[in-house]
Design a binder for this molecule. Sequence first.
Ligand code: SF4
Length: 244
Amino acid sequence: MAPAPESPAAQLHRAVSETSRSTTGGILASGRSVEAVHEIVARGAALGDAYMARSPTDPGLLACKKGCSTCCSRPVGTTAPTVLRLAAWLREHRTPDELAEVRRRVAALDDVTHGKMWTPRERPPNPCALLVDGACSVYGVRPFACRAWNAVDVEECKRSMGQDWTALRFDLYQRTTFAAVEDGIKLALGEAGLDGGDLELTAALRVALERPDAGVAWLAGEPVFAGCEAKLPPNQRRHLPLAQ
Ligand code: SF4
């Protein structure tokens, strides 16, 4: 029997993840440095943005608008390169006092959420430590999961907060694009012998902010982010849906 034809979302996922994988592999092949790690994430974001520029979805159909931060109370899954770049960006763009305040907020949230399973009971909605005055304070370097998340209806998004989010209607193109970028990065990291496992943003960022040498140590294979793993329930292995 002939194999079932690939869905448009699966085609999109394959194209984006393959490009992301080869781009990441090429960067790592030309030299392993903290700067290269930052470039991996920047190139991944640019790849996702390029695909989003030709999205067939009418943005007017989405509920996501400036001023809405509903989704920023969910746990965020990410990987080491994104966390390392985010910490470096904060060090570069915040004064010492501001950075101390970011570290305080991140540590306070981590004290509450660390190691909790991502279920409504164990990990109820809690605003992200990087959410300031209702807006993302690191918007340009936010994780791929944050770039991917979207909803058609804000009330659905709010209602789904403490429930099974898979009931949510969303733009699969946006979800698939940024999930595929991150999947490609993870594949390339694994091929290069680097740890591309899913991390929980708050816990991992706390480590990266407290350890200025976190990037060098991670590149050297040290288990820098041990204990910061994303705690997805067994029936929800991904923080983003696979292409369908
Ligand atoms: S990093 Fe920014 S976009 Fe992502 S959850 Fe935190 S505040 Fe929201």
